[in-house]
Design a protein around this ligand. Structure first.
Ligand code: ZN
Length: 329
């Protein structure tokens, strides 16, 4: 069905079969979505979002995961029950097409279908992952997301960095110290007690059982760069970290899917120093870093710095470009 210009929705109403154990008025909802995550970047050579590739028993391409299975799994499960001539309650299957964009069309459909859906006894949400294909997994917890933008402004207008550095605090440093109030920058632990939940005992036991089954697969299925290790080698802690404990997901990607954990975070640093500071006094490592740093500093001066600083002083884009060219390389 489709309400006006909204994304479409699939609604299937399956009457009860046999003599169900519960009340005859019980209704089970099976929910899923059929829209796909964005095509993403970082595909391995030879793979891509628009060219499906079968490698062994794995299919690579956009939409190979999340959440194409929901409709088929729902119908297959109900069919399996019916094939064995077992009773089941009334089932409604609801498959939306807006989930990856924030489900903004879903409330309108739920409202529109309220009388046809009826009173629900159980909602089964088929939109999660499994840790392996050897067991049947069920998701027992879901975390929400609190998102905000932090803007630090210390000046009414930009000034030349040679003028202001050392006099006015760098706004980035203020941002770092503010973020440190939320999160321990050494350990990643969230400091706000308001964001922490008490972990129920059964969930602790389940985390232990899951860690015993999975071992290092808890972390080694992630595409870690050489030399990168997980936050801890205790797999129970890792499972609890990613399920029951709050964690900072910053930096939030400014483009692309909000749920993505970017592979790279890029920041350019600039520090001023005095020419008489002797390079010979520095340790070799620091010297190399300083050489790289000097190169990036001059690159900044040639490019964005000149455009920003001089552009703001009224030279405009063309003037800033001329300044950028005039700065010797
Ligand atoms: Zn999904």
């Amino acid at each position: 069905m489709r309400l006006g210009e909204r994304t479409p929705l699939i609604f299937i109403d399956i009457p009860p079969a046999g003599e169900a154990n519960g009340s005859a008025t019980d209704t089970v909802m099976l929910y899923g979505h059929l829209d796909k995550q964005p095509e993403m970047t970082g595909w391995r050579e030879g793979l891509g979002p628009w060219t499906p590739v079968l490698e062994g028993d794995k299919l690579y391409g956009r939409g190979g995961a999340d959440d194409g299975y929901a409709l088929f799994a729902s119908l297959t499960a109900i069919n399996a029950v019916r094939k064995d001539r077992l009773p089941h309650a009334r089932c409604v299957i609801l498959i939306e097409a807006c989930e990856e964009s924030g489900s903004y069309d879903l409330p309108a459909y739920v409202e529109h279908l309220a009388t046809r859906i009826g009173e629900l006894s159980l909602v089964i949400c088929l939109d999660s992952g499994c840790a392996n294909y050897d067991q049947l997994w069920s998701t027992t917890s879901l975390r929400g997301l609190v998102m905000g933008n932090l803007e630090v402004s210390l000046l009414n207008e930009g000034v030349h960095s040679g003028d202001g550095t050392g006099v006015i605090a760098a706004s980035e440093r203020v941002a770092r110290s503010l973020l440190d109030r939320l999160e321990d920058s050494q350990t990643g632990a969230i400091k706000l007690p308001e964001l922490k939940a008490e972990i129920p005992k059964p969930r602790l036991l389940q985390a232990e059982r899951a860690a015993a089954v999975l071992g290092d697969r808890v972390f080694n299925t992630f595409p870690l760069k050489t030399g990168v290790s997980p936050l801890t080698r205790n797999n129970v802690e890792l499972i609890l970290n990613r399920t029951w404990r709050p964690g900072s997901r910053s930096p939030a990607p400014t483009a692309g899917p909000r749920s993505a954990m970017p592979a790279t975070c890029c920041a350019r640093s600039r520090s001023s120093s005095f020419p008489s500071v002797s390079a010979a006094r520095r340790r070799p490592g620091r010297r190399r870093r300083r050489q790289a740093h000097a190169r990036s500093r001059s690159a900044i001066r040639r490019q964005s710095h000149v455009q920003q600083c001089w552009g703001e002083r009224g030279l405009g884009r063309a003037g800033a470009g001329a300044m950028a060219r005039a700065v010797p390389r």
